[in-house]
Structure formats: C-alpha cells, structure tokens
Ligand binder design. Sequence first.
Ligand SMILES: Nc1ncnc2c1ncn2[C@@H]1O[C@H](COP(=O)(O)OP(=O)(O)OP(=O)(O)O)[C@@H](O)[C@H]1O
Ligand SMILES: Nc1ncnc2c1ncn2[C@@H]1O[C@H](COP(=O)(O)OP(=O)(O)OP(=O)(O)O)[C@@H](O)[C@H]1O
Ligand SMILES: [Mg+2]
Ligand SMILES: [Mg+2]
Lengths: 268, 268
Amino acid sequence: MGHVIVVGNEKGGAGKSTLSVHIAVACAISGLKVAALDLDRRQRTFERYFENRARWSATHETELPTPDFFYLSKATAERRVDAEAEETEATRTLIAAMRDSHDIVLVDAPGADTPASRAAHACADTLVSPLNDSFIDFDLLAEIDPVTGEVGKPSVYAEMVWEARKQKAASRGKPIDWVLMRNRLSPLDAKNKRRVGDALSALAQRIGFRVAPGLSERVIYREMFTAGLTLLDLTDEGAAATFTLSHVAARQELRDLILALKLPPLGE
Amino acid sequence: MGHVIVVGNEKGGAGKSTLSVHIAVACAISGLKVAALDLDRRQRTFERYFENRARWSATHETELPTPDFFYLSKATAERRVDAEAEETEATRTLIAAMRDSHDIVLVDAPGADTPASRAAHACADTLVSPLNDSFIDFDLLAEIDPVTGEVGKPSVYAEMVWEARKQKAASRGKPIDWVLMRNRLSPLDAKNKRRVGDALSALAQRIGFRVAPGLSERVIYREMFTAGLTLLDLTDEGAAATFTLSHVAARQELRDLILALKLPPLGE
Ligand SMILES: Nc1ncnc2c1ncn2[C@@H]1O[C@H](COP(=O)(O)OP(=O)(O)OP(=O)(O)O)[C@@H](O)[C@H]1O
Ligand SMILES: Nc1ncnc2c1ncn2[C@@H]1O[C@H](COP(=O)(O)OP(=O)(O)OP(=O)(O)O)[C@@H](O)[C@H]1O
Ligand SMILES: [Mg+2]
Ligand SMILES: [Mg+2]
C-alpha cells in the first residue's frame, strides 16, 4: 500500500511543483516506485519537467530515475454540482489505484481551490506545504495582528486542510502528517524572516502542522527545468565542474528536507 | 473614460498582487481616482492589503491614498456553460461601470484560468504581466529548446492573451499594450538571468509584448503587508530612520516601472 504525499498550498508560486519534482526524483533515485499526478491541467509544470527529462534521456541515451505519471480524466457533467462530484470521485479512484501499484504516490496540487485538489488532500498520508517567507503567503493560513504579531483567525487554506482532515478521519484513514516548509529563503531580511518564523511556530500548535527545514532561494532549483534535470542527477563523474559551494549546500538542504518528511518507505 | 490596467499572469506567484498594490498606490498618490477589482475571490490578497491599510489609517488617524474597491457578484446558474457566461457578462459590466467613474481601473487577475480573468483581459488597455526569472514561469508563455535556446510554440498564457486581443479587436477597442515585467530579480545568477532575458527578447517580437524594467527581490515589497503600507508611503519626515540604500533603489525601480507603463492619465 503506497504512501500518499500531496504537495499542496492554495497560494500561487509557493514552490509546489519545484518541491514535487525534487521529492519525486529523490524517491526514484532511492529505488522506490513513484506514481505521479499533476493536478494543474493548464500549467502542467510537474509533467513538463519530466517531459523535458524524457527528451534529455533520449538524446543522451541515458536512463534517469523517473516517476510513472497518471492522468485524471476531465469531468463531463453539465451541471456544476455534478461535475464537481465527478471530479472528486475520479480523483479518489485514481489515487487508490496509484497506491496499489507503487511505493510512493506524489500529487502536485494546483494553486487554486478545485474539487480534485480537495479530494487529493483528503487522501494524503503526508501533506507538504511550501511557503514563501512572506506575510502575503502566511495570510492564506491565518490572520496576524500587525502590531502585536499575534496569530488570529485561520484562513482559507488552513480551513481547506481542516476539511480534508475531517474527511480522512471519517474514512478511517490515518491522520494526515502536515509538514510546512519555508521556501526561497534569502540569507538577507533577518527581521522579516524572524517574524514569519515566530508566526509559524505560534500557528503550528494551533492548527496542527510541524515545520520542516526549508529550501533557500537557489538558481540550481530552477535553472535545469528545460533539460528536466535536478541537482540530484549531477554526479561527481559527470559534472564535477558544476559543483560549487551552493550545490553542496543545496544537496544538504534537500537531504534534510526528505529526512524530515519521515517517509515510511524510506524507512525513516 | 478610465484607462484599464489588468495585472495578469496565469502562473502563480509571479507577483501580480504585489504589483497591483504598488501601481494602485502610485496612481492614487499622484491624485488619480483609482477603481480596483480583485478577481481572486479566495485569496483576496489585493483587497486584504487595503483592508490592512484601512485599519492602519484608522488606528493612526491618518488618511492614506487608497483606491475604491468594487466587487464581482458570484454566478448562480446551475449549468457550467451558463455560469461561465454569467461570470463573463458580470465582469464586462462591472469594468465598464468602473471606467465611467474613475481615471484608472486596476484589475488584479488570479493565477488561474477563469471566465472573469479572460473577460478582464479582453477589456484591458494595458496588460502588465510580471514574471519570475525562471524557465518554469517562461514555460507558460512558450516552449524553449534546451540545447539551442530557441523559442518554440506559444503556450497556455500566450494563447489566453491572444484570445483576449481578438475579443478586444472585435469589440473595436484599442489594441492591448502588453507589458512584461521581470520580478524578484536577484543580483546573483547571471547566466540564468541572461538566458531568460534572451528568451524574452526573442519571444517579444513574435507574440507582441514589450519588456519593461522590472523589480528586484526586496523585502520592502512585502514586509509591510500586515500594516497595508508600501515604500511609497514612507516619507522623509515620518520614517527617515527606515531609509536605506535598498529603499532608495526600490523607489527608483517603482518609478521606472510606472513610467514604462506609459499610462495616459499620468500624461506619459
Ligand atoms: N527554492 C527555490 N529557489 C529558486 N527558485 C525557486 C525555488 N522554489 C521555487 N522557485 C521558483 O519560483 C517559481 C514558483 O515555483 P513553483 O512553480 O514550483 O511554484 P508552485 O507553487 O508550483 O506554483 P503554482 O501555484 O503556479 O503551481 C518558479 O519560477 C520556480 O522556478
Ligand atoms: N519584488 C518582490 N520582492 C520580494 N518579494 C516579492 C516580490 N514580488 C512578489 N514577492 C513575494 O512573492 C510572493 C508572490 O507574490 P504575489 O502574491 O504578489 O504573486 P501573485 O502573482 O499575485 O500570486 P497568485 O498567483 O497567488 O495570485 C509573495 O510572498 C510576495 O510577497
Ligand atoms: Mg505548480
Ligand atoms: Mg495574487
């Protein structure tokens, strides 16, 4: 029975697809069978990264560890409520099938509130939510008092996860391990970083997530998109010249992140 | 007859709301009557920034230049095609009303493909699209050959703008001035920055946009969200202590960006 990881955050550009790609490659490199689902049918960033990877593999006659992609069929019902129910059901069925045949199921959720995204969240064993170091991103989790810094009322995405947890509990699934991960961290802006960090610690207790070590802003996490490669694919033999201090630090960040996810198939 | 600015990019987190807030404040500070519309009904970042601003104004008994917000009513039709037509029509009607009563209409589009977003794009006089310095963001404009760097087939967002331009032409509106603006630029990553820059110049010719000076990654563009303030509100008298080299550079960036938009009401 595969372990379901949903990479979710309704906030656009938080780093969901970037994270999905790197987690998928890390798991595939460890020898796990990874089933992948890209719920953003317009952008398809997650799929596109691996389409580029397949093309690179072909032109370089190299095998690169890659997940198996699955595809959600579009709803056909005419009435809105029927189309939503159709999409919800199709998502559950597909994820269940992916679980039966793979060690890891990785779902890249869209930066929007859709029935498929909600259904996927309700199937998650691990929910990983990247977050920019910004109160603009934080605002989708909870309100915050500008003067006292006190965390207030939960906001739209926290409510979506709350709903997903209720649904998972109702279907007797194990509790969702909600992991928040700061992304695109800059070595500068110490004051803003500390304020966001404090707000996250305060909120973690209240709405039930844990904060994992995050990823810094590094060009290496995005500059190889057109080739479909990640830094995990750069090996000493093949690309010794490209290794810099930043790459070594990036490898460590990714390693720490994967460990922090405590994924059962990786025996953590 | 007001000038309609749509801040659009289907790619999440490109910087639409951040840009919308700063353009709105810049125009309001210049004395223009600004009408604002936030099409992201879940996140409402644009609205939230000004809700925070209103609260700050109240507690500090200060008037801060602020746009007038308008709200799109939700579609009620049961069938999907009917709800989409309803949303499209409501958007057009609302933007027309905003144009009649204000100098500037500013629409913050969502990071998703919605009927309201498409309708707003088709009403734009100026379409401003921020873009992260990344081939992941670029992928929504066009494909790119990883080896030759050659720009290929236009992608989902370029097609959306193409459709909007056809609709505007059909309704005898003046052509949409499509301005692309790089956002969150880092002083590092010279090679990736150059490659993205070259791809943008090549694409600009083909799909008809111009590239304006962009914004660097600066904490000042986001750290005052909870107070609803922008660096444009920091004046020498009130906040001399906060002025740093970065703030002066940020002011210059914003000024250059607004000038580059060549907005008729600003007499450019
Ligand atoms: N740690 C990082 N370092 C550098 N660039 C990053 C990092 N994380 C994300 N990015 C860049 O930030 C942008 C947004 O990332 P990404 O597309 O992964 O976010 P997303 O949450 O999937 O967005 P969407 O809501 O549109 O699906 C992309 O241009 C990506 O290349
Ligand atoms: N120039 C910048 N410097 C620093 N931070 C920025 C800059 N532009 C945007 N950000 C930050 O990047 C994140 C995404 O920005 P923003 O919310 O404005 O994007 P968006 O395109 O409106 O996203 P969405 O698709 O979710 O509507 C936010 O955390 C914001 O604070
Ligand atoms: Mg994505
Ligand atoms: Mg936004």
